[in-house]
Design a protein. Structure first.
Lengths: 259, 66
């Protein structure tokens, strides 16, 4: 059917297939109930969690929510500053969650939360060698993206803007360059502020979008999650449909006047 | 013997295992992972791995984030 992208348009990632191209984070939600509603509305099939010291006083678990929804758990290494910390965190996540998938995140400093390319690459090599499906969070750097793909990463996850900033995609040209040369899925990660940002990521050719704050910190998280679901679907369809070229001058859309 | 679990000092009988250390925090065995002195101890080895004086034990689980 021409009005749909098609059921065969699936996200192939790490040897698995997903109908949804929206990957959700869980940070920032005011409660597990709000999070659960947002995940439901987003239609996501993959969702990230962080690994932290067990708090005996904690009530309820994000894992219970994901299990109820049948959503694949993607542990991240958020909070790690070195390759060594990230590798240990990934191994602990594999042990706790029984998955060899990891969103590799090694940040350079607390103020910008920008990813450290050197530590990230070092950790990626070690985790690939250890049998992990590695999804590295990186800057919008086409050269690093290529190197990480060559190192065996299952995807690359360039940022649109710093985590939680909601600044959108600050360098769409670089995202396009990454997409053009990538042989693995490109997942736009971080910086999404609103639905049009997610649509733009897909129009630029990204294979999926990962976001959290834009939904979890919205005034109505469930509604924003639905907006993001539509935006990702719309952006994907527009990408496949093929946009018209931009022109400097008008081109009449009505037939020229006769008689 | 005195060990450290998640940053806090804990007194356990000599020869206590990783499993006993975990149970000071939680009865859960799934969704939890343990590192002793920076090395992962797999769940199947918890009961057979003894701890030593001054060991640093980290017990982690998944939380909202990212």
């Amino acid at each position: 059917m021409e009005a749909e992208v098609g059921m065969d348009d699936v996200l192939a990632l790490g040897g698995e297939k997903f109908a949804s191209r929206l990957i959700m984070g869980t940070g920032g939600a005011p409660s597990l109930d709000v999070l659960e509603e947002a995940l439901e509305e987003s239609g996501t099939e993959i969702t990230t969690v962080a690994m932290r010291r067990l708090d005996p006083a904690a009530r309820g678990s994000v894992l219970d929510v994901l299990r109820r929804k049948g959503i694949k758990v993607l542990p991240n290494t958020a909070g790690c500053f070195t390759a060594g910390e990230a590798v240990l965190t990934a191994r602990l996540a594999r042990e706790a969650l029984e998955t060899n998938w990891v969103k590799l995140e090694v940040i350079a400093d607390e103020r910008t939360l920008l990813p450290d390319p050197i530590e990230t690459f070092d950790a990626a090599e070690r985790l690939v060698a250890d049998g992990f499906v590695v999804l590295p969070y990186i800057g919008d750097d086409p050269a690093l993206a290529r190197r990480l793909e060559q190192a065996g990463c299952a995807a690359v996850m360039p940022l649109g803007a710093p985590i939680g900033s909601g600044l959108g995609i600050r360098n769409p040209h670089n995202i396009e360059l990454i997409v053009e040369s990538a042989g693995v899925p490109v997942i736009l990660d971080a910086g999404i502020g609103t639905a049009s940002d997610a649509a733009l990521a897909m129009e630029l050719g990204c294979d999926a979008v990962l976001l959290a704050s834009a939904v979890t910190r919205a005034q109505r998280p469930g509604l924003m999650a639905a907006a993001m679901r539509h935006a990702v679907t719309a952006g994907r369809a527009a990408r496949i449909a093929g946009r018209i070229p931009m022109r400097r001058y008008a081109e009449a859309s009505s037939p020229s006047r006769t008689a | 013997m005195k060990i450290t679990i998640n940053g806090g000092a804990v007194e356990l009988p000599g020869g206590a295992t990783v499993g006993e250390a975990v149970r000071t925090l939680t009865p859960m065995t799934s969704g939890v992972a343990v590192a002793v002195n920076g090395e992962v101890v797999s769940r199947s080895a918890w009961e057979s791995t003894p701890l030593s004086e001054s060991d640093l034990v980290e017990v982690l689980t998944a939380v909202q984030g990212g």
